[in-house]
Design a protein around this ligand. Sequence first.
Ligand code: ADP
Length: 458
Amino acid sequence: MTAAAPCRPKQGAVPSGGSAAYEVASVGALLLGCIADDFTGATDLANNLVRAGMRVAQTIGVPEGPLDADVDAVVVALKSRTIAPADAIEQSLEALTWLQAQGARQIYFKYCSTFDSTFSGPVRGNIGPVTEALMDALADAPGGDFTIATPAFPDNGRTVFKGHLFVGEVLLNESGMQNHPLTPMSDPNLVRVLQAQMTRKVGLIDHRAVAQGEAAIRARMEELKSQGIQVAIVDAVSNDDLLRLGPALKGIALVTAGSGVAIGLPANFGIAPSMQASALPAARGLQAVVSGSCSLATQRQVHHFMQSGRPALGIDPLRIAAGVDVAAEALDWAQPLLADGPVLVYSTADPGAVKSVQGQLGVEDAGAMVERALSRIARGLVERGVRQLVVAGGETSGACVQALEIAQMRIGPQIDPGVPWCHALSPACGSGGGLHLTLKSGNFGTDDFFSKAFTLLP
Ligand code: ADP
Protein backbone atom coordinates (compact mmCIF):
# COMPACT_ATOMS: atom_id res chain seq x y z
CA MET A 1 0.00 0.00 0.00
CA THR A 2 1.40 3.39 -0.90
CA ALA A 3 1.55 6.34 1.46
CA ALA A 4 -1.15 8.95 1.15
CA ALA A 5 -0.29 11.38 -1.58
CA PRO A 6 -0.46 15.05 -0.69
CA CYS A 7 -4.00 16.27 -1.12
CA ARG A 8 -3.93 19.70 -2.66
CA PRO A 9 -6.83 22.13 -2.59
CA LYS A 10 -9.32 21.48 -5.32
CA GLN A 11 -9.79 24.25 -7.82
CA GLY A 12 -11.98 26.89 -6.32
CA ALA A 13 -11.90 25.31 -2.88
CA VAL A 14 -11.25 28.58 -1.08
CA PRO A 15 -12.97 29.25 2.20
CA SER A 16 -16.23 31.06 1.88
CA GLY A 17 -15.57 34.67 2.64
CA GLY A 18 -11.91 34.16 1.73
CA SER A 19 -10.62 35.99 -1.29
CA ALA A 20 -7.86 33.70 -2.49
CA ALA A 21 -6.15 30.41 -1.84
CA TYR A 22 -3.90 30.38 1.23
CA GLU A 23 -0.18 30.62 0.68
CA VAL A 24 1.66 27.34 0.86
CA ALA A 25 3.82 26.90 3.94
CA SER A 26 7.47 27.77 3.57
CA VAL A 27 8.63 25.38 6.30
CA GLY A 28 8.57 21.56 6.19
CA ALA A 29 5.37 20.10 4.74
CA LEU A 30 2.73 18.90 7.10
CA LEU A 31 2.01 15.19 7.53
CA LEU A 32 -1.22 15.23 9.50
CA GLY A 33 -3.77 18.03 9.40
CA CYS A 34 -6.37 17.86 12.17
CA ILE A 35 -9.68 19.62 12.66
CA ALA A 36 -11.00 19.47 16.25
CA ASP A 37 -14.55 20.46 17.15
CA ASP A 38 -13.57 22.03 20.49
CA PHE A 39 -10.59 23.58 22.23
CA THR A 40 -9.70 21.16 25.02
CA GLY A 41 -10.41 18.22 22.69
CA ALA A 42 -7.84 19.70 20.31
CA THR A 43 -5.23 19.73 23.08
CA ASP A 44 -6.10 16.15 24.01
CA LEU A 45 -5.48 15.05 20.40
CA ALA A 46 -2.29 17.11 20.13
CA ASN A 47 -1.02 15.55 23.35
CA ASN A 48 -1.56 12.01 21.98
CA LEU A 49 0.26 12.84 18.75
CA VAL A 50 3.22 14.32 20.66
CA ARG A 51 3.44 11.22 22.84
CA ALA A 52 3.55 9.11 19.67
CA GLY A 53 6.47 11.18 18.38
CA MET A 54 5.01 13.98 16.26
CA ARG A 55 5.93 17.64 16.68
CA VAL A 56 2.58 19.38 16.94
CA ALA A 57 1.17 22.90 16.88
CA GLN A 58 -2.39 23.78 17.85
CA THR A 59 -4.02 26.83 16.31
CA ILE A 60 -6.92 28.75 17.78
CA GLY A 61 -9.33 28.78 14.85
CA VAL A 62 -8.18 28.77 11.24
CA PRO A 63 -4.98 30.83 10.85
CA GLU A 64 -5.05 33.74 8.44
CA GLY A 65 -1.56 33.17 7.09
CA PRO A 66 0.65 30.19 6.34
CA LEU A 67 1.97 27.88 9.03
CA ASP A 68 4.99 29.43 10.74
CA ALA A 69 6.21 26.43 12.72
CA ASP A 70 8.21 23.40 11.63
CA VAL A 71 5.92 20.61 12.84
CA ASP A 72 4.61 17.23 11.70
CA ALA A 73 0.97 17.87 12.61
CA VAL A 74 -1.31 20.82 13.20
CA VAL A 75 -4.55 20.67 15.15
CA VAL A 76 -6.94 23.47 14.19
CA ALA A 77 -9.17 24.04 17.22
CA LEU A 78 -12.70 25.05 16.27
CA LYS A 79 -15.71 25.52 18.54
CA SER A 80 -18.12 23.70 16.27
CA ARG A 81 -19.52 20.86 18.35
CA THR A 82 -22.91 22.38 19.12
CA ILE A 83 -23.27 25.15 16.55
CA ALA A 84 -25.64 24.86 13.57
CA PRO A 85 -24.52 22.12 11.14
CA ALA A 86 -24.16 24.59 8.25
CA ASP A 87 -21.76 26.72 10.31
CA ALA A 88 -19.82 23.66 11.49
CA ILE A 89 -19.45 22.55 7.87
CA GLU A 90 -18.31 25.98 6.72
CA GLN A 91 -15.68 26.27 9.46
CA SER A 92 -14.47 22.71 8.98
CA LEU A 93 -14.10 23.18 5.21
CA GLU A 94 -12.20 26.39 5.80
CA ALA A 95 -9.86 24.49 8.13
CA LEU A 96 -9.50 21.73 5.51
CA THR A 97 -8.58 24.22 2.81
CA TRP A 98 -5.94 25.80 5.05
CA LEU A 99 -4.51 22.40 6.04
CA GLN A 100 -4.38 21.30 2.41
CA ALA A 101 -2.55 24.50 1.51
CA GLN A 102 0.08 23.55 4.12
CA GLY A 103 0.52 20.21 2.33
CA ALA A 104 -1.24 17.97 4.86
CA ARG A 105 -1.00 14.37 3.66
CA GLN A 106 -3.86 13.04 5.79
CA ILE A 107 -6.81 14.80 7.43
CA TYR A 108 -8.11 13.89 10.92
CA PHE A 109 -11.51 15.14 12.06
CA LYS A 110 -11.55 14.93 15.88
CA TYR A 111 -14.73 14.83 17.94
CA CYS A 112 -15.70 13.93 21.49
CA SER A 113 -15.01 10.49 22.96
CA THR A 114 -18.68 10.26 23.88
CA PHE A 115 -19.62 10.99 20.24
CA ASP A 116 -21.45 14.14 21.37
CA SER A 117 -24.06 14.84 18.75
CA THR A 118 -27.75 14.31 18.41
CA PHE A 119 -30.30 14.37 15.68
CA SER A 120 -33.29 15.41 17.68
CA GLY A 121 -34.17 18.49 19.66
CA PRO A 122 -32.70 21.94 19.10
CA VAL A 123 -29.13 20.79 18.47
CA ARG A 124 -28.55 18.54 15.48
CA GLY A 125 -25.50 16.33 15.39
CA ASN A 126 -22.52 17.72 13.53
CA ILE A 127 -20.33 14.62 13.29
CA GLY A 128 -22.22 13.18 10.31
CA PRO A 129 -22.70 16.40 8.35
CA VAL A 130 -19.07 17.51 8.82
CA THR A 131 -17.75 14.04 7.92
CA GLU A 132 -19.89 14.04 4.79
CA ALA A 133 -18.73 17.53 3.77
CA LEU A 134 -15.07 16.60 4.30
CA MET A 135 -15.56 13.38 2.29
CA ASP A 136 -17.16 15.37 -0.53
CA ALA A 137 -14.22 17.78 -0.54
CA LEU A 138 -11.71 14.90 -0.53
CA ALA A 139 -13.61 12.66 -2.94
CA ASP A 140 -10.97 13.00 -5.67
CA ALA A 141 -7.98 12.58 -3.35
CA PRO A 142 -6.27 9.16 -3.21
CA GLY A 143 -8.02 7.11 -0.53
CA GLY A 144 -10.88 9.61 -0.44
CA ASP A 145 -13.68 7.10 -1.05
CA PHE A 146 -13.83 5.62 2.46
CA THR A 147 -13.40 6.69 6.05
CA ILE A 148 -13.73 5.36 9.55
CA ALA A 149 -15.43 6.75 12.64
CA THR A 150 -14.62 5.71 16.17
CA PRO A 151 -14.51 7.60 19.46
CA ALA A 152 -12.78 4.62 21.14
CA PHE A 153 -9.93 5.31 23.58
CA PRO A 154 -9.87 2.24 25.83
CA ASP A 155 -7.15 3.51 28.20
CA ASN A 156 -9.49 6.42 28.96
CA GLY A 157 -12.53 4.18 29.43
CA ARG A 158 -14.10 4.61 26.01
CA THR A 159 -14.56 1.28 24.26
CA VAL A 160 -16.60 0.32 21.20
CA PHE A 161 -17.88 -3.26 20.93
CA LYS A 162 -20.15 -4.44 18.10
CA GLY A 163 -20.62 -0.79 17.26
CA HIS A 164 -21.84 0.08 20.76
CA LEU A 165 -20.04 2.76 22.78
CA PHE A 166 -19.27 2.06 26.44
CA VAL A 167 -18.23 4.75 28.91
CA GLY A 168 -16.34 2.92 31.63
CA GLU A 169 -18.45 -0.11 32.49
CA VAL A 170 -21.77 1.10 31.11
CA LEU A 171 -23.35 1.81 27.75
CA LEU A 172 -23.29 5.41 26.53
CA ASN A 173 -27.02 5.88 27.15
CA GLU A 174 -26.63 4.83 30.80
CA SER A 175 -23.51 6.91 31.48
CA GLY A 176 -25.22 10.20 32.29
CA MET A 177 -24.73 11.37 28.69
CA GLN A 178 -28.43 10.65 28.09
CA ASN A 179 -29.07 13.76 30.24
CA HIS A 180 -26.45 16.07 28.73
CA PRO A 181 -28.05 19.53 28.34
CA LEU A 182 -26.82 20.13 24.78
CA THR A 183 -26.04 16.75 23.28
CA PRO A 184 -28.11 14.04 24.98
CA MET A 185 -26.98 10.61 23.78
CA SER A 186 -29.82 8.14 24.10
CA ASP A 187 -28.61 5.50 21.64
CA PRO A 188 -25.30 3.63 22.23
CA ASN A 189 -25.38 2.06 18.74
CA LEU A 190 -23.00 4.31 16.82
CA VAL A 191 -23.81 2.79 13.43
CA ARG A 192 -27.41 3.89 13.96
CA VAL A 193 -26.47 7.28 15.44
CA LEU A 194 -24.12 8.15 12.58
CA GLN A 195 -26.39 6.75 9.89
CA ALA A 196 -29.14 9.09 11.07
CA GLN A 197 -26.80 12.02 10.39
CA MET A 198 -25.49 10.94 6.96
CA THR A 199 -26.63 10.09 3.46
CA ARG A 200 -23.60 7.84 2.81
CA LYS A 201 -24.10 4.30 4.09
CA VAL A 202 -22.51 3.47 7.46
CA GLY A 203 -21.20 -0.02 8.34
CA LEU A 204 -19.09 -1.71 11.01
CA ILE A 205 -15.55 -3.08 11.26
CA ASP A 206 -16.05 -5.27 14.27
CA HIS A 207 -13.68 -6.48 16.97
CA ARG A 208 -12.93 -9.78 15.20
CA ALA A 209 -11.43 -8.02 12.18
CA VAL A 210 -9.63 -5.49 14.39
CA ALA A 211 -8.14 -8.26 16.55
CA GLN A 212 -6.63 -9.88 13.43
CA GLY A 213 -4.84 -6.70 12.42
CA GLU A 214 -4.14 -4.67 9.30
CA ALA A 215 -4.86 -7.24 6.58
CA ALA A 216 -8.21 -8.28 8.06
CA ILE A 217 -9.22 -4.65 8.64
CA ARG A 218 -8.36 -3.76 5.06
CA ALA A 219 -10.24 -6.80 3.78
CA ARG A 220 -13.30 -5.72 5.75
CA MET A 221 -13.00 -2.19 4.31
CA GLU A 222 -12.99 -3.64 0.78
CA GLU A 223 -15.99 -5.82 1.62
CA LEU A 224 -17.91 -2.80 2.91
CA LYS A 225 -16.97 -0.74 -0.14
CA SER A 226 -18.25 -3.49 -2.42
CA GLN A 227 -21.59 -3.14 -0.62
CA GLY A 228 -21.66 0.60 -1.30
CA ILE A 229 -20.70 1.46 2.28
CA GLN A 230 -18.25 4.36 2.61
CA VAL A 231 -18.06 4.93 6.36
CA ALA A 232 -17.37 2.37 9.10
CA ILE A 233 -17.65 2.54 12.83
CA VAL A 234 -14.65 0.60 14.20
CA ASP A 235 -14.65 -1.52 17.35
CA ALA A 236 -11.77 -1.14 19.81
CA VAL A 237 -11.73 -2.70 23.26
CA SER A 238 -8.06 -2.12 24.07
CA ASN A 239 -5.41 0.39 23.09
CA ASP A 240 -3.73 -2.48 21.23
CA ASP A 241 -6.78 -2.50 18.95
CA LEU A 242 -6.08 1.15 18.12
CA LEU A 243 -2.44 0.33 17.40
CA ARG A 244 -3.58 -2.50 15.08
CA LEU A 245 -6.01 -0.13 13.36
CA GLY A 246 -3.32 2.51 12.70
CA PRO A 247 -1.48 0.76 9.81
CA ALA A 248 -4.79 0.03 8.08
CA LEU A 249 -5.47 3.76 7.92
CA LYS A 250 -2.33 4.50 5.92
CA GLY A 251 -3.40 5.88 2.56
CA ILE A 252 -6.88 6.95 3.66
CA ALA A 253 -7.45 10.65 2.99
CA LEU A 254 -9.72 11.28 5.97
CA VAL A 255 -9.82 9.73 9.43
CA THR A 256 -12.61 10.69 11.82
CA ALA A 257 -12.28 9.75 15.48
CA GLY A 258 -11.89 10.80 19.08
CA SER A 259 -8.32 11.40 20.21
CA GLY A 260 -7.52 7.68 20.68
CA VAL A 261 -6.92 6.66 17.05
CA ALA A 262 -4.08 9.21 16.94
CA ILE A 263 -1.79 6.90 18.91
CA GLY A 264 -1.51 4.58 15.90
CA LEU A 265 -0.98 7.11 13.10
CA PRO A 266 2.51 8.65 13.50
CA ALA A 267 4.14 5.25 12.79
CA ASN A 268 2.56 5.35 9.31
CA PHE A 269 4.83 8.29 8.56
CA GLY A 270 7.91 6.55 9.96
CA ILE A 271 7.71 8.47 13.24
CA ALA A 272 8.47 6.84 16.59
CA PRO A 273 8.06 8.24 20.11
CA SER A 274 10.91 10.57 21.07
CA MET A 275 11.74 13.21 23.65
CA GLN A 276 12.37 15.66 20.83
CA ALA A 277 8.71 15.73 19.86
CA SER A 278 7.78 17.48 23.08
CA ALA A 279 10.81 19.77 23.26
CA LEU A 280 9.90 23.37 24.06
CA PRO A 281 12.11 26.44 24.52
CA ALA A 282 13.75 26.61 27.96
CA ALA A 283 11.40 27.90 30.65
CA ARG A 284 12.14 31.25 32.25
CA GLY A 285 10.32 34.06 34.01
CA LEU A 286 7.85 34.16 36.87
CA GLN A 287 5.18 31.56 37.67
CA ALA A 288 1.45 31.88 38.34
CA VAL A 289 -1.82 29.95 38.39
CA VAL A 290 -5.23 31.36 37.40
CA SER A 291 -8.18 29.14 38.26
CA GLY A 292 -11.79 29.67 37.20
CA SER A 293 -12.82 26.02 37.29
CA CYS A 294 -15.18 24.92 40.05
CA SER A 295 -14.86 21.22 39.26
CA LEU A 296 -14.07 18.82 42.08
CA ALA A 297 -10.52 18.12 40.96
CA THR A 298 -9.78 21.84 40.72
CA GLN A 299 -11.21 22.45 44.19
CA ARG A 300 -8.79 19.85 45.51
CA GLN A 301 -5.91 21.43 43.58
CA VAL A 302 -6.64 24.90 44.98
CA HIS A 303 -6.83 23.44 48.48
CA HIS A 304 -3.56 21.54 48.03
CA PHE A 305 -1.74 24.63 46.76
CA MET A 306 -2.90 26.68 49.76
CA GLN A 307 -2.05 23.88 52.20
CA SER A 308 1.47 23.86 50.84
CA GLY A 309 1.85 27.44 52.08
CA ARG A 310 1.95 29.16 48.70
CA PRO A 311 0.20 32.56 48.36
CA ALA A 312 -3.35 32.43 47.03
CA LEU A 313 -6.01 35.09 46.48
CA GLY A 314 -9.72 34.38 46.03
CA ILE A 315 -11.87 36.49 43.70
CA ASP A 316 -15.41 37.28 44.82
CA PRO A 317 -17.84 37.54 41.87
CA LEU A 318 -20.21 39.72 43.92
CA ARG A 319 -17.48 42.36 44.30
CA ILE A 320 -16.92 42.28 40.53
CA ALA A 321 -20.66 42.82 40.07
CA ALA A 322 -20.53 45.71 42.56
CA GLY A 323 -18.03 47.46 40.30
CA VAL A 324 -14.83 46.81 42.26
CA ASP A 325 -11.77 46.43 40.00
CA VAL A 326 -10.78 43.05 41.41
CA ALA A 327 -8.35 42.46 38.55
CA ALA A 328 -6.32 45.53 39.52
CA GLU A 329 -6.49 44.47 43.19
CA ALA A 330 -5.25 40.97 42.34
CA LEU A 331 -2.38 42.26 40.24
CA ASP A 332 -1.30 44.67 43.02
CA TRP A 333 -1.45 41.74 45.45
CA ALA A 334 0.57 39.44 43.20
CA GLN A 335 3.29 41.83 42.09
CA PRO A 336 5.53 41.73 45.22
CA LEU A 337 5.01 37.99 45.73
CA LEU A 338 5.90 36.75 42.27
CA ALA A 339 9.65 36.85 42.78
CA ASP A 340 9.38 34.19 45.52
CA GLY A 341 7.60 31.52 43.45
CA PRO A 342 4.18 30.70 42.02
CA VAL A 343 1.06 32.56 43.16
CA LEU A 344 -2.56 31.51 42.67
CA VAL A 345 -5.54 33.71 41.84
CA TYR A 346 -8.79 31.76 41.90
CA SER A 347 -12.56 32.10 41.72
CA THR A 348 -12.91 28.35 42.35
CA ALA A 349 -15.72 27.74 44.83
CA ASP A 350 -17.85 24.87 46.06
CA PRO A 351 -21.27 24.18 44.48
CA GLY A 352 -23.20 25.95 47.26
CA ALA A 353 -21.23 29.18 46.84
CA VAL A 354 -21.47 29.02 43.03
CA LYS A 355 -25.24 28.46 43.19
CA SER A 356 -25.67 31.40 45.54
CA VAL A 357 -23.68 33.71 43.22
CA GLN A 358 -25.55 32.43 40.19
CA GLY A 359 -28.86 33.04 41.98
CA GLN A 360 -27.90 36.68 42.52
CA LEU A 361 -26.17 37.44 39.21
CA GLY A 362 -27.60 34.87 36.78
CA VAL A 363 -25.65 31.85 35.54
CA GLU A 364 -24.35 33.36 32.31
CA ASP A 365 -23.59 36.82 33.67
CA ALA A 366 -21.74 35.39 36.66
CA GLY A 367 -19.64 33.15 34.39
CA ALA A 368 -18.87 35.93 31.92
CA MET A 369 -17.94 38.41 34.67
CA VAL A 370 -15.56 35.96 36.33
CA GLU A 371 -14.03 34.94 32.99
CA ARG A 372 -13.44 38.59 32.08
CA ALA A 373 -11.78 39.34 35.42
CA LEU A 374 -9.57 36.24 35.37
CA SER A 375 -8.51 36.77 31.77
CA ARG A 376 -7.53 40.38 32.58
CA ILE A 377 -5.55 39.04 35.52
CA ALA A 378 -3.82 36.45 33.31
CA ARG A 379 -2.87 39.18 30.84
CA GLY A 380 -1.70 41.48 33.63
CA LEU A 381 0.42 38.75 35.18
CA VAL A 382 2.15 38.09 31.86
CA GLU A 383 2.71 41.82 31.39
CA ARG A 384 4.38 41.75 34.84
CA GLY A 385 6.84 39.04 33.84
CA VAL A 386 4.97 35.75 34.31
CA ARG A 387 6.22 33.36 31.63
CA GLN A 388 4.94 30.08 33.13
CA LEU A 389 1.19 30.17 33.48
CA VAL A 390 -1.23 27.46 34.58
CA VAL A 391 -4.92 28.10 33.73
CA ALA A 392 -7.64 25.88 35.19
CA GLY A 393 -11.04 25.63 33.49
CA GLY A 394 -12.08 25.02 29.89
CA GLU A 395 -14.07 28.22 29.40
CA THR A 396 -11.59 30.12 31.57
CA SER A 397 -8.76 28.88 29.32
CA GLY A 398 -10.60 30.10 26.23
CA ALA A 399 -11.01 33.55 27.79
CA CYS A 400 -7.33 33.71 28.87
CA VAL A 401 -6.01 32.59 25.48
CA GLN A 402 -8.14 35.29 23.87
CA ALA A 403 -6.96 37.97 26.32
CA LEU A 404 -3.36 36.95 25.66
CA GLU A 405 -4.04 37.17 21.88
CA ILE A 406 -2.57 33.72 21.34
CA ALA A 407 -3.09 32.35 17.84
CA GLN A 408 -0.96 29.21 17.97
CA MET A 409 0.64 26.96 20.58
CA ARG A 410 3.42 24.40 20.31
CA ILE A 411 2.57 21.28 22.33
CA GLY A 412 5.15 20.06 24.84
CA PRO A 413 5.51 17.42 27.54
CA GLN A 414 2.50 15.94 29.33
CA ILE A 415 1.95 16.98 32.94
CA ASP A 416 -0.99 14.65 33.56
CA PRO A 417 -3.06 12.61 31.06
CA GLY A 418 -4.59 14.99 28.51
CA VAL A 419 -2.80 18.09 29.86
CA PRO A 420 0.51 19.11 28.26
CA TRP A 421 2.68 22.18 28.72
CA CYS A 422 2.51 24.42 25.66
CA HIS A 423 4.54 27.35 24.39
CA ALA A 424 2.94 30.33 22.68
CA LEU A 425 3.80 33.79 21.47
CA SER A 426 1.77 36.63 22.95
CA PRO A 427 1.91 40.40 22.49
CA ALA A 428 1.56 40.58 26.30
CA CYS A 429 5.16 39.31 26.53
CA GLY A 430 6.50 42.30 24.62
CA SER A 431 8.15 42.16 21.22
CA GLY A 432 8.75 38.65 19.98
CA GLY A 433 8.26 37.11 23.41
CA GLY A 434 6.65 33.86 24.35
CA LEU A 435 5.39 32.06 27.42
CA HIS A 436 4.79 28.53 28.64
CA LEU A 437 1.22 27.80 29.51
CA THR A 438 -0.95 24.84 30.32
CA LEU A 439 -4.70 24.79 29.94
CA LYS A 440 -6.31 22.31 32.31
CA SER A 441 -9.97 21.54 31.85
CA GLY A 442 -12.09 20.88 34.92
CA ASN A 443 -11.59 17.40 36.22
CA PHE A 444 -8.09 16.76 34.90
CA GLY A 445 -4.93 16.53 36.95
CA THR A 446 -3.75 15.22 40.30
CA ASP A 447 -4.29 17.17 43.53
CA ASP A 448 -0.76 18.64 43.45
CA PHE A 449 -1.12 19.77 39.81
CA PHE A 450 -0.59 23.49 40.52
CA SER A 451 2.80 22.86 42.12
CA LYS A 452 3.88 19.80 40.17
CA ALA A 453 3.37 21.47 36.79
CA PHE A 454 6.23 23.93 37.36
CA THR A 455 8.67 21.19 38.34
CA LEU A 456 8.17 19.46 34.98
CA LEU A 457 9.40 22.34 32.84
CA PRO A 458 13.10 22.18 31.98
P1 ADP B 1 -14.46 23.61 33.99
O1 ADP B 1 -13.43 23.20 32.99
O2 ADP B 1 -14.19 23.10 35.37
O3 ADP B 1 -15.88 23.36 33.52
P2 ADP B 1 -14.78 26.34 33.14
O4 ADP B 1 -13.79 27.43 33.17
O5 ADP B 1 -15.07 25.72 31.80
O6 ADP B 1 -14.30 25.22 34.16
O7 ADP B 1 -16.18 26.81 33.70
C1 ADP B 1 -16.33 27.41 34.94
C2 ADP B 1 -17.31 28.55 34.78
O8 ADP B 1 -17.73 28.95 36.09
C3 ADP B 1 -16.70 29.76 34.11
O9 ADP B 1 -17.65 30.37 33.27
C4 ADP B 1 -16.36 30.64 35.29
O10 ADP B 1 -16.31 32.00 34.95
C5 ADP B 1 -17.51 30.35 36.24
N1 ADP B 1 -17.15 30.60 37.63
C6 ADP B 1 -15.93 30.44 38.19
N2 ADP B 1 -15.95 30.72 39.50
C7 ADP B 1 -17.23 31.07 39.78
C8 ADP B 1 -17.89 31.45 40.99
N3 ADP B 1 -17.23 31.55 42.15
N4 ADP B 1 -19.20 31.74 40.92
C9 ADP B 1 -19.87 31.62 39.77
N5 ADP B 1 -19.32 31.25 38.59
C10 ADP B 1 -18.00 30.98 38.59
